[in-house]
Design a protein around this ligand. Structure first.
Ligand code: SF4
Length: 350
């Protein structure tokens, strides 16, 4: 049966036919440690007859999450090392993250901030902490872009979002607001006129980075939500996590990137999965990732090519790790691979 309210507990999962009753006990142990939530839209998308369903794999807790390997860490991308004040991460000179809220409409089982999000997570910034975060942004003239993330900032009501976005109007040096969210896919009914108005701030360009990992997530309702956003003048880019058992397949990846482009969402980042605790069952090797990225070349339009990215553990930032097309070949030449794997010298030797 498909629920009409979000699933939040192992008992809810059993009632929704997403967990056999005899596994409820082990999943209770996972749920004590990491938050659980699945929206009705995502629950309806899960094929109960398919044990390896890629939507279920992203949201239904698994006992494998209790296995933590030595290289995994609670803060895999090093947010805390670059947090000058609560709620701000300032890793690069021209941009900051503003983490206003640590709640999400769904809790992804591979989440890189799983130790920070959820009901037991870092919560919502207090008014005093928000004042301090804005004072920091206003006081650093080099900040050109603010990335609103969390958590998912679009869980906030339009009124609370407006209270945040309006404050940017008074900070001239901030030109770009970028919202990272899953809401247009997992709760598309929330993308209405009042929410879209709340994303805008006078004098700022607004981008929305949509997180989706499988083409089935781009439902008719999600595409309608994207169309509303695009028609409202909000530019959209995508972010996807490369996940074993979800999208580690050339055809699935190609279909996902095409679905984004069809929905006016430009493919942007394909993240190598981070070393978050209890997520080893999702990770594939960088070599496997590079092969998958190479498989997109030539097969699908240039519009459909994301950048394959590793967030270097320890807070060292992002590095593009796509297949290396150019290799030194001596005498000032490079060897370049075409999309069929053929090798060519550039400049060509006569
Ligand atoms: S929506 Fe983002 S922050 Fe929230 S659980 Fe998923 S990956 Fe983590």
């Amino acid at each position: 049966m498909n629920p009409t309210r979000p699933i939040r507990t192992p008992a809810d999962l059993v009632a929704a036919g997403l967990l056999p009753q005899d596994r409820q006990g082990e999943i209770e142990r996972v749920a004590e440690r990491y938050a659980v939530a699945i929206t009705p839209v995502m629950a309806a998308l899960i094929d109960r007859r398919e044990p390896a369903d890629p939507i279920a794999r992203q949201f239904v807790p698994d006992a494998a999450e209790l296995a933590v390997s030595p290289e995994e860490r609670g803060d895999p991308i090093g947010d805390l090392a670059h947090s000058p004040v609560e709620g701000i991460v300032h890793r690069y000179p021209d941009r900051v993250l503003l983490k206003a809220v640590h709640v999400c409409p769904v809790y992804c089982r591979f989440c890189f901030r799983r130790e920070m999000v959820g009901p037991q997570g870092l919560g919502t910034l207090s008014p005093e902490a928000m004042d301090a975060a804005f004072a920091y942004i206003a006081g650093h003239a080099g900040i050109w872009e603010v990335i609103l993330t969390g958590g998912d900032p679009l869980v906030l009501s339009p009124r609370r979002l407006t209270a945040i976005t309006e404050r940017f109007s008074a900070i001239d040096h901030v030109k770009i607001l970028r919202f990272h969210t899953r809401v247009p896919v997992v709760e598309p009914e929330r993308i209405d006129a009042s929410l879209m108005a709340a994303l805008k701030a006078s004098g700022k360009t607004v981008y929305l980075a949509l997180h989706a990992n499988h083409p089935r997530e781009l439902t008719e309702a999600a595409r309608t939500a994207c169309a509303r956003l695009a028609d409202a003048g909000i530019a959209m880019v995508s972010q996807t996590v490369l996940l074993k058992g979800v999208n580690d397949d050339p055809d699935i990846l190609a279909a996902l990137m095409r679905a984004f482009v069809e929905a006016r969402v430009k493919p942007y980042y394909l993240h190598h999965p981070d070393l978050a605790p209890g997520t080893g069952h999702f990770r594939l090797s960088i070599e496997e990732g590079q092969r998958l990225v190479a498989s997109l070349r030539g097969r699908v339009s240039g519009l459909c090519q994301p950048t394959y990215i590793l967030d270097i553990p320890g807070g060292h930032g992002k590095a593009a790790i796509g297949p290396n097309a150019l290799r030194p070949a001596g005498e000032g030449c490079y060897s370049v691979s075409d999309y069929r794997g053929g090798e060519h010298l550039y400049p060509p030797r006569r």
